[in-house]
Design a protein around this ligand. Structure first.
Ligand SMILES: Cc1cc2nc3c(=O)[nH]c(=O)nc-3n(C[C@H](O)[C@H](O)[C@H](O)COP(=O)(O)OP(=O)(O)OC[C@H]3O[C@@H](n4cnc5c(N)ncnc54)[C@H](O)[C@@H]3O)c2cc1C
Length: 417
């Protein structure tokens, strides 16, 4: 079975850009057209910088494949972030990213991005007693830091989710869902409308720095710029002259049904929140704007869709929602997450006025948009204080591929049972 990405099939934002065929000069060059790159291109163009962004295809990476949960903060509870980074740096990062959904939905409104934005919230669903402790703990930490959340008990969670399998849930009404690819394409379109140069079918092959200028070469063109942003996250294709980002690659896949009839829907997510659970081998589920049911889990579908993962998707959907007992999936697609050891994104200083941002660890819609904007503010103000996290000059995560294989092995075992 071939992988077909639902977001590509039903995106209402459709764009295409020519390839880079000349030598161009810009204030800022951006490699990678996901949320980080497109948000940076938009902010730069809005602020009068000349900017050129290149990619194989806008939204080719995680930004065109993800679940579409626009969440605030990171996966980690805020106390853990403060523990890892130190109190002040942790508070800064937590505060910055708690407002990230506001930024995303504001951009969607401002640029009229047609991405089925739905701000009815997200639900973090407790899959066990331990999961319930986890969300209670998160609720306490987050509300102490000013978040407005609702902790739902088992009965309330059952009404909201339409499944009796959860022990409770944490509702975040500031969050929501989108068609993630449409949002990414919409950002690129907005950036272009403000004057950004965007090229597709254009991969960076080589980068060098001479006479205070960065030169980025593609197959058939080049960009010269004073400032450089590498925004390739888990999808970096080899570029001579820069270290590739180091992270653990974790695969995540999704499966989507046909639009469900009201009879089959039968109380599933009546308020349309996006959901994920507290299990270590996590899963997610949501509806799209046409009432397709979409379920996701950790796992690599491979080129021939892995039966272990696809069978699990069917079983899991039916266990959670018995009305789905005869469903089949029309779409299967997957993507790669850049997980860091401490699950905190990284800003890596490549050289003078040049940064690489990666490692969103599976939460990049809000953070990618935020980091892309703030790196441009750093360039504009010549001050790294605008960044939500301190840049580093070493990129020293080890054994990413091995750790990724172990996670895949664990997911396969979990999905077999
Ligand atoms: C399956 C899945 C589910 C997820 N679910 C969620 C979710 O629900 N909510 C959430 O917040 N986050 C989620 N994430 C994470 C989120 O999608 C990513 O963190 C985010 O998309 C990263 O954006 P980015 O712009 O940094 O990178 P990407 O979107 O990956 O973009 C990188 C781009 O760089 C380009 N590129 C690479 N090398 C080159 C080169 N040499 N030259 C030119 N271009 C190059 C690639 O083609 C790619 O388009 C999920 C991720 C996956 C994979």
């Amino acid at each position: 079975m071939r992988q077909i990405n639902l977001w590509q099939k039903n995106s209402k934002e459709n764009i295409s850009f020519e390839s880079l065929k000349d030598s161009v000069v810009s204030d800022l060059a951006i490699i990678g057209g996901g949320y980080t790159g497109c948000s940076a291109a938009l902010t730069a163009a809005e602020n009068g910088l000349s900017v050129t962004l290149i990619d194989k295809k806008i939204g080719f990476g995680g930004s065109g494949r993800n679940v579409g949960l626009v969440n605030s903060g990171l996966w980690l509870p805020p106390k853990k972030v403060e523990h890892i980074l130190g109190k002040n740096a942790g508070i800064k990062l937590n505060k910055s990213l708690s407002s990230a959904p506001d930024l995303v939905f504001k951009l969607i409104d401002k640029y009229k991005i047609d991405c089925n934005a739905n701000r009815s919230g997200t639900l973090h669903c407790a899959h066990s007693h331990k999961g319930l402790d986890d969300i209670q703990n998160r609720y306490q930490q987050l509300t102490e830091r000013g978040a407005e959340l609702e902790l739902l008990d088992r009965e309330e969670a059952e009404k909201r989710i339409g499944s009796s399998k959860f022990y409770g849930a944490l509702l975040n009404k500031r969050a929501g869902t989108i068609n993630p690819l449409s949002y990414c394409r919409g950002l690129a379109k907005a950036a272009q409308s403000k004057g950004a140069n965007i090229f597709e079918s254009s991969l960076a092959k080589k980068i060098d720095y001479k006479n205070k200028l960065w030169t980025i070469r593609t197959e058939s063109g080049s960009i010269q710029s004073k400032m450089l942003l590498l925004a390739t996250n888990a999808y970096q294709q080899t570029i001579k002259g820069v270290d590739s980002s180091k992270y653990t690659p974790v695969y995540y896949f999704q499966a989507a049904t046909k639009p469900l009839s009201s009879h089959v829907l039968d109380g599933i997510l009546p308020n349309n929140e996006g959901c994920w659970d507290t299990a270590t081998v996590m899963s997610s589920f949501r509806l799209d704007s046409d009432n397709r049911f979409i379920i996701g889990g950790i796992g690599n579908l491979g080129s021939n869709i892995s039966k272990i993962h696809s069978n699990w998707a069917t079983r899991k959907a039916q266990t959670l929602f018995p009305s789905l007992n005869n469903i089949s999936f029309d779409y299967f697609w997957g993507g790669q997450i850049a997980m860091t050891d401490d699950h905190i994104p990284k800003i890596y200083r490549i050289g003078h006025n040049a940064y690489s941002i990666f490692g969103y660890s599976g939460r990049g819609i809000g953070p990618g948009t935020y980091f892309g904007k703030s790196i441009v503010e750093t360039f504009l103000n010549d001050n790294e204080d605008s960044l939500p996290i301190k840049p580093t000059s070493n990129n020293n995560e080890r054994l990413g591929k091995l750790k990724g294989s172990l996670i895949e092995f664990g997911a396969k075992l979990n999905h077999l049972i």
